[in-house]
Design a protein around this ligand. Structure first.
Ligand code: HEM
Length: 486
């Protein structure tokens, strides 16, 4: 009660008009959301409450027993999305979640070595440079390249599949896992089915939804084959037991997890572990392309180090690199909106009464830009706001997370388990790219956060939609590249 409602049709606007989601946010959501700290939004066939004010978000994070996790398999069990994600570590709760976490957490919190990422990043700059060479003065499309690159890092560092990683980084190679994922994204996240998942009940008579279900099975089979079956066949893996793939296999063999639970978790870990870093990389390239003076300042900071230092780099020596990454994460969080909690009982949130059974979500994009936390220049890209030394930056980072003022990785007991890996990956990526190349935005590219997606061209929403909700990330073809220092 007393929470304002956004017009129910706004999630459909991009179907009919060439309108960017950032514009929808500013025009219809921002004012009531910032004023009341919460707003009602129609999504996935029902009204949901999105909380924005840090004190409310903090309550939601702390009180999991009231704000229960409730993923798609509970909310919209008949939907294509629920079939894809099933029951997994992100959406499960209580015993089921603890069981998944015991298996998965050690695999994501190991000590990761930077070397495989450095090798992939060097190859990435070569690929970009070659493609730019063929495109003369025009920009090049970077989504596909970065999907391969972030997949390569994930499979080598998290799943110990370095041969698959090399295949991903060879652009001439057709890699079925990569191409199936690309096609699946195009089918899975069509906005009309996201807003009205009841339509998925008719999937058998809607060819594109039948195709989506078929692609889901194909993708899941491929993941199992490429990652788990290949690892299981390697006989000399003694002592490698902390890799995530090995842990999933052991849990499968000793009956801790069923086949379906292994497959569902593998799907979600692959998608979360690949796509979120990809979105962050593209947003960072976009922001650094848009603000060349910040790109240059970063280049100055790292100029004393060479790429050969990167595998053993002490990242504390590069505070501006850290603050730039945090600022990119603040302004364009990869999961900008997520609705996956449900109230287990009636509850007061600040002055707002919320009935039992209400779906609750967060809008990280808005919370991360709250002027009362970040000041009047909150919408500006200003890495300096995080501090000048590594110590100051760490302190500000911890404080902003503790007060739910920076929620890109969410918080509380259900905060992201891949944060450590994602930050390492991002540091190495920017370090190598800024050393090897200079880039700017393609002057012909229209600066927008979501791709054109009308009823006549319902395409390419994949990289922009997360689980439930939407994500803001710059659209394709955003950069022109020039040689950097090395
Ligand atoms: C920039 C990169 C990333 C961002 C911004 C991000 C963001 C998030 C967010 C917001 C959540 C909470 C979801 C919720 O509230 O339901 C989450 C959870 C999670 N993330 Fe990430 N993520 C990133 C990278 C990764 C990577 C690389 C992995 C693993 C390979 C990963 C694994 C997980 C897992 C397992 C959870 C569930 C934690 C739990 O509920 O116990 N994430 N992530």
């Amino acid at each position: 009660r007393r929470i304002p409602s956004a017009p129910f049709w706004i999630t459909l606007l991009p179907l009919f008009f060439e309108i960017d989601q950032q514009q929808i946010f500013r025009q219809y959501i921002a004012e009531p959301l910032f004023k009341h700290g919460a707003i009602k939004i129609f999504f996935a066939g029902q009204w949901n409450v999105i909380v924005q004010r840090p004190s409310y978000v903090s309550e939601v994070f702390k009180k999991e027993q009231i704000f229960n996790k409730s993923g798609n398999q509970k909310k919209i069990p008949h939907s294509v999305l629920a079939e894809f994600l099933g029951s997994n570590i992100i959406s499960a709760r209580d015993e089921e979640w603890r069981c998944y976490r015991t298996v998965i957490k050690p695999g994501l919190q190991r000590l990761f070595h930077a070397k495989p990422i450095v090798e992939n990043a060097k190859r990435l700059s070569e690929i970009i440079w070659q493609q730019q060479g063929r495109s003369s003065d025009k920009g090049i499309e970077i989504q596909n390249i970065f999907q391969r690159y972030s997949s390569a890092n994930l499979v080598s560092c998290i799943f110990d599949r370095s041969d698959l990683s090399s295949q991903m980084m060879c652009m001439e190679n057709e890699v079925p896992l990569h191409s199936t994922q690309l096609t699946l994204k195009r089918y899975l996240f069509r906005p009309i089915f996201m807003s009205f998942p009841a339509l998925d009940r008719l999937a058998s008579v809607i060819p594109s939804r039948t195709k989506a279900r078929k692609l889901i099975r194909q993708f899941s089979d491929l993941l199992q084959k490429e990652i788990l079956d290949d690892l299981a066949q390697q006989k000399d893996r003694n002592g490698e037991g902390d890799y995530l793939g090995d842990r999933l296999i052991s849990a499968w063999h000793d009956g801790t997890l069923t086949t379906q639970q292994v497959r569902d978790n593998l799907n979600v870990l692959y998608v979360a572990g690949q796509e979120n870093p990809q979105l962050l990389m593209i947003s960072s390239l976009y922001l650094l392309g848009k603000y060349p003076e910040i790109q240059e300042k970063l280049r100055q900071e790292i100029k004393a180090y060479s790429i050969s230092n990167a595998p053993s780099m002490d990242w504390q020596d590069l505070p501006y690199l850290t603050s730039t990454i945090l600022e990119c994460l603040r302004l364009l969080p990869p999961i900008s909106q997520l609705i996956n909690r449900r109230t287990a009982e009636p509850v007061w949130l600040g002055g707002h009464y919320i009935p039992e059974g209400t779906y609750i979500g967060y809008n990280s994009y808005a919370t991360n830009r709250d002027p009362s936390s970040w000041g009047p220049d909150t919408d500006e890209f200003r890495p300096e706001r995080w501090g000048a030394t590594d110590e100051q930056i760490s302190m500000n980072y911890r404080s902003a997370k503790a007060h739910a003022e920076f929620i890109s990785f969410h918080g509380g007991s259900r905060a992201c388990l891949g944060e450590k890996f994602a930050l390492l990956e991002m540091r190495v990526t920017l370090f190598v790219l800024v050393k090897s190349l200079r880039w700017k935005l393609d002057p012909e590219w229209k600066d927008r956060m979501t791709p054109v997606c009308t009823l006549t061209s319902p395409l390419l929403f994949g990289a922009y939609h997360r689980f439930v909700g939407w994500s803001l990330a710059p659209t394709r073809r955003s950069s022109c590249f020039y040689p950097g220092l090395e």
